[in-house]
Design a protein around this ligand. Structure first.
Ligand SMILES: Cc1ncc(COP(=O)(O)O)c(C=O)c1O
Length: 362
């Protein structure tokens, strides 16, 4: 549920009054302001704004040098965009299994999947919980691999005292309407690597540093000025959004803990969740039972949803990349569901969600 106030509306009107709606080389004044604020927020040297999180991932893997014939290791338990961009670059997605408690990609499975062709790893901070990045960094360094972190769901998440992304070579963010902060549609790539940052900026705008002088194959992934203006306001509000999500998650956990059949979301030592999604699991449950619970919650007016009921390796298009044995991913996809904790949810609504679920599980 996007949290749009009068500040965002005023910011949009201001941009429209200036008449500067975009910039031919990708970064108008508002985009530059948003990039600077976002880079400062996550403590990155560079931030490059784009028009979607998918575009952010596409530019990141291209700038990191992923190309035809390469293999890229990633989870199957994620939004399809994570895999899409690997295929767009004619590389092969190699799906690996997750940890059944964090739902994040398992470092041991990553290491076991490395071959001579492996070029990059895309860990996804699923639901907003940071991956085990220290361990993944060690593996990447040992094998000379690039880490592109998909932090599309993790604005505000902290790992080992730092914003997520600190252990990656390149980090990708989404500002899609449902995210912790939004620009309607939008994305950002952050990095401390000067060379990658330079490539990202050129790729974003038709491969151009100067107009009509393409240096490489590029794209039109410009973020419009109106979107950047919304982003600047949303970024200022982000800490209060996260605090409210955290409070809602804490209250929901206190109401649901002790229920034998539910596995609740966790925060491992050293990690702070962004609480983009509060995801529970019906232990030993079958898909049909989980789906019935969701339907009943919806009948009670509660926006419960499954992320993700179909792992990517089982999707019709992606089956051709091989038969992957991912038992934890497949099991989780049948048992998880997410409950609303966004900043628009009140304490009383959290209690109602908890009571409704407890009633259904009786
Ligand atoms: C994990 C993940 N990766 C990538 C994306 C793609 O972002 P976008 O929808 O902004 O293109 C999303 C969100 O939609 C996501 O949740």
């Amino acid at each position: 549920m996007p949290q749009i106030g009068k500040e965002e509306i005023e910011a949009v009107i201001k941009v429209m009054e200036t008449g500067v709606l975009t910039h031919a080389l990708g970064a108008g004044p508002m985009v530059q302001k948003f990039e600077k604020s976002f880079a400062d927020f996550v403590n990155a040297k560079h931030a490059v704004a784009v028009n979607t999180g998918t575009a952010a991932l596409h530019l990141a893997i291209t700038a990191a040098g992923v190309k035809e014939g390469d293999e890229v290791i990633l989870p199957s338990f994620t939004f399809v965009a994570t895999a899409e961009v690997v295929v767009m670059n004619r590389a092969k997605p190699v799906f690996v299994d997750i940890n059944p408690y964090t739902y994040n990609v398992s470092p041991e499975k990553i290491e076991a999947a490395i071959t001579e062709k492996t070029r990059a790893i895309i860990p996804v901070d699923l639901y907003g919980l940071p991956c085990d990045m220290e361990r993944i960094r060690e593996i990447a360094d040992k094998h000379g691999l690039v880490i592109i972190e998909d932090a599309a769901q993790a604005h505000g998440a902290i790992y080992k005292g730092k914003h997520v992304g600190a252990f990656a070579d390149v980090t990708c963010w989404s500002f899609y309407a449902s995210k912790n902060m939004t620009t309607g549609e939008g994305g950002m790539v952050t990095t401390n690597n000067d060379e990658i940052a330079e490539k990202l900026r050129v790729l974003r705008s038709h491969g151009e540093k100067e107009k009509y002088t393409s240096l490489m194959l590029g794209h039109n992934y410009h973020m419009p000025e109106i979107q950047a203006a919304i982003g600047c306001v949303q970024l200022e509000k982000l800490p209060s959004f996260i605090a409210k999500r955290r409070e809602n998650a804490r209250r929901l956990t206190s109401r649901l803990k002790g229920v034998e059949r539910l596995q609740l979301p966790m925060e491992p030592e050293g990690s702070k969740h962004s609480w983009y999604l509060y995801t529970v699991r019906l232990k030993e449950g079958l898909r049909a039972e989980r789906d019935r619970i969701i339907e009943s919650l919806k009948d009670n007016g509660i926006g419960a949803e499954v992320y993700y009921s179909n792992p990517i390796h089982l999707m019709p298009y992606y089956k051709k990349f091989g038969e992957f044995r991912l038992p934890e991913t497949e099991k989780a996809s049948k048992q998880v569901f997410s409950l609303p904790v966004h900043p628009g949810v009140t304490e009383a609504q959290i209690d109602y969600i908890a009571d409704s679920l407890l009633q259904l599980l009786k």
